[in-house]
Design a protein around this ligand. Structure first.
Ligand SMILES: Cc1cc2nc3c(=O)[nH]c(=O)nc-3n(C[C@H](O)[C@H](O)[C@H](O)COP(=O)(O)OP(=O)(O)OC[C@H]3O[C@@H](n4cnc5c(N)ncnc54)[C@H](O)[C@@H]3O)c2cc1C
Length: 300
């Protein structure tokens, strides 16, 4: 095996370009742990990016926040700024693995691993995030929705590096949340997850809604039909339950070791309702106590 640890993003991209089949490793909590567990073996050439300081920066801009690909889940869960403005993302990062996983695992790795059960995917979809992909031709920016192609697949070229995730400033009156159904909180991934972002007008009526679901389709999935049905309504239980049932028509869950497809489908409504309710409470300035939100436990 060949191992490189470049100190700049440009050098990392050149290495990937020059060595077809080379793989990036950031924290290694997916790539290395999977290989050690007998899953997909490590690539013959590894380009480790942990020394690339420019990928480990977080900065506020006039219109949002830019999180370098090496931003850890621990950084995100601790950031007061992210917790208050981009709450769904902070919820998700705070749920991942264990403290050790969150201090090692990165936002870039979570996205590029492209698991349908990744926790940050749906929050980034409802927060309208985009990613910067760095290749030999420069940087291109695409939406997270465009990046995710299927289980373990992205639309990034093999020699492209994820450089940063850009998350726009939410409009005033917006609240967001991520909730997951889980067997237990630590060291376990979502059985079903849902993220929601709700904007309330001064009269308490929903003026914008975004919903995305996790682990119930080949990719984290936005549900525009359910979002559209909420506009102009107050976030009362009937409205949220109706939107959640619309969401059921869009999901395509599979049966695996964690749950059957039928169970996942029926629980989608519960998880979406809870994410919407918490996002609406946050939008109204009424939720201060639940960070991250308690998970919904699956009875075993
Ligand atoms: C015990 C345990 C518990 C976990 N729990 C959860 C959980 O609850 N929720 C969850 O979502 N995940 C969970 N995970 C998975 C993992 O921790 C996260 O997905 C983490 O964010 C991966 O980041 P990483 O930096 O370790 O990625 P790595 O393993 O380094 O890389 C993952 C993939 O992304 C690619 N990659 C990484 N960075 C880049 C980049 N900048 N550009 C291009 N490609 C890149 C790699 O080539 C690889 O294919 C868990 C893992 C473990 C071991």
């Amino acid at each position: 095996m060949k191992y490189f640890a470049p100190e700049s993003a440009a050098e990392a991209v050149e290495l990937l370009q020059a060595r077809p089949g080379a793989g990036v490793v950031a924290g290694g909590t997916d790539l290395v742990v999977t290989a050690r567990g007998g899953g997909r073996p490590l690539p013959a050439t590894l380009v480790a990016i942990h020394r690339v300081a420019e990928l480990d920066q977080q900065r506020r801009t006039a219109d949002g926040i830019v999180l370098g690909a090496l931003t850890t889940h621990a950084w995100i869960e601790r950031s007061e700024d992210v917790r208050s403005r981009w709450s769904a993302l902070a919820d998700a990062s705070a749920m991942i693995g264990s403290p050790a996983t969150r201090h090692t695992g990165t936002l870039g790795g979570n996205l590029m691993n492209a698991s349908p059960a990744m926790d940050t995917g749906s929050p980034l979809l409802v927060l309208d995030a985009s990613v910067e992909l760095r290749g030999t031709g420069g940087i291109r920016t695409i939406g997270v929705e465009e990046l995710l192609a299927g289980p373990g697949r992205t639309t990034a070229a093999p020699a492209e590096l994820l450089g940063a995730v850009r998350v726009p400033e939410p409009a005033p009156g917006t609240g967001s949340a991520y909730v997951r159904l889980e067997h237990r909180r630590a060291m376990e991934i979502a059985v079903v997850g849902a993220a929601a972002a709700i904007r309330l007008g001064p009269d308490g009526v929903i003026t914008s809604a975004r919903i995305a679901v996790t682990a119930v389709a080949p990719v984290c999935l936005r549900i525009p039909d359910a979002e559209a049905g909420l506009l102009g309504l107050r976030p009362d239980p009937d409205a949220l339950a109706t939107a959640s049932h619309v969401a059921l028509a869009a999901v395509r869950p599979i049966t695996d070791v964690r749950a059957s497809a039928d169970y996942r489908r029926s629980m989608t409504a519960v998880v979406v309702t809870r994410a919407l309710a918490l996002a609406a409470r946050r939008a109204a300035g009424q939720a201060t106590d639940d960070r991250p939100p308690a998970g919904i436990r699956r009875a075993s």
